[in-house]
Design a protein around this ligand. Structure first.
Ligand SMILES: Cc1ncc(COP(=O)(O)O)c(C=O)c1O
Length: 364
């Protein structure tokens, strides 16, 4: 039996009129009754006694509800969490009819891009890649499309789309519209309020925030889409573990303070990096905690990654720790990404320490 329930633990959700920093703390808590725990319990069960709303954890499980309810509160839709961001992405791609057209950014996150290439090559669907900064080109590409896939800012070029205009063009053409909101987070933009049908998150990143789990989420504007996405989760077998849901919700509670700090530091670093003679190009959209810089060549970029003490040379982003990497070290990364580009994910360490670490590692 499929159901979309968030009431099994008596979760309370009276967050109307409250600021995101309050909502993220109070959403998805058990009802305030004597002896109730403050935090929703981890329920490690694959199966449930028959006769009630729950049957089998691949379909639905109490441990996902609190987290889904908190993400829904922030994004303003109906959330289903998945075992990774890629699993979440596949739950929407899986709904495209055979041979259907998907319009996607060139480039977008490597995993999604590689999956689109694979599905296109197999004849499963057709991909039209577009420059998402060119709204006219996006609108033209949407003619006859089944799905408009947006990512803004993009990974790793930090290109920004005119989301309301692109979403409107996609919807007008009859396409479903999805926005990968992993970089911006619901604190900086809420695509469902702009008319998008779906928001995707790699919960692995800023939402959970501690680089200690893999998870994804699809937030749907309509209950009907949520039901379809939930069915995909069941049939693709992509449910997250109870323990990971607990960790992700624990991380989500501090999203606002982490993002406030990381975004402020990113703005400061953008200013300093932009003025540094070794940086040939700075990519910073003016918001968020992600930056990309270009150096003279890939050797200089590799040397920067090898010579920092605080910044960690590692992939991924959105955690409390600052990470950097030369994206083209990945064979699947788009050729549109310059070889000498280093992507930086700003964490919550001291801003002056982060800057002095970069400065000592950059060529003079
Ligand atoms: C923008 C974006 N979307 C989706 C994903 C995929 O998420 P996951 O790694 O959790 O599968 C990533 C991962 O880096 C990403 O950066």
């Amino acid at each position: 039996m499929l159901r979309l329930g968030h009431g099994l633990l008596g979760l309370t959700q009276d967050t109307a009129g409250l600021a995101p920093s309050t909502r993220v703390v109070i959403a998805g808590r058990p009802a305030r009754v004597p002896d109730a725990p403050l935090n929703p319990p981890i329920v490690p069960a694959s199966s449930f006694i028959a006769g009630g709303a729950l049957e089998y954890a691949r379909e639905d499980a109490p441990s996902t509800h609190a987290l889904e309810s908190a993400i829904s509160d922030l994004e303003g839709g109906r959330t289903l969490v998945f075992s990774s961001g890629m699993a979440a992405a596949n739950s929407v791609l899986d709904q495209v009819p055979i041979g259907g057209i998907v319009v996607a950014p060139d480039p977008c996150y490597t995993g999604v891009s590689a999956r689109l290439t694979e599905l296109h090559a197999a004849g499963r669907l057709q991909v039209r890649r577009v420059d998402i900064t060119d709204t006219t080109a996006v609108a033209a590409a949407c003619q006859g499309a089944a799905l408009l896939w947006l990512e803004s800012p993009t990974n790793p070029l930090l290109e920004v789309a005119d989301l309301p205009a692109c979403i409107a063009a996609g919807s007008k053409a009859g396409a479903k519209t999805l926005v990968d909101n992993t970089f911006a987070t619901p604190l900086l933009q809420q695509p469902l309020t702009m008319g998008a049908d779906y928001v995707l998150h790699s919960v692995t990143k800023a939402l959970s925030g501690h680089s200690d789990l893999l998870m994804g989420a699809i937030v749907c504007r309509s209950d009907e889409d949520a039901h379809t996405v939930q069915t995909r989760r069941v049939l693709l077998g992509a449910a997250p573990s109870a323990f990971d849901c607990y960790l992700a919700l624990r991380g989500l509670r501090t999203l606002v303070v982490r993002m406030d700090r990381a975004c402020a530091t990113a703005a400061l670093l953008a200013e300093r990096l932009g003025a540094h003679p070794a940086i040939t190009r700075l990519r910073y959209p003016g918001f968020g905690a992600m930056l990309a810089i270009e150096l003279a060549d890939s050797t200089a970029a590799d040397a920067l990654c090898a010579n920092t003490r605080i910044w960690v040379h590692a992939t991924s982003l959105g955690g409390v720790e600052s990470l950097l990497e030369r994206r083209r070290r990945w064979p699947l990364e788009s050729a549109r990404v310059p070889e000498q580009l280093v992507r930086l994910s700003v964490g919550i360490e001291d801003a002056a320490d982060l800057w002095s670490d970069l400065r000592q590692a950059l060529p003079t």
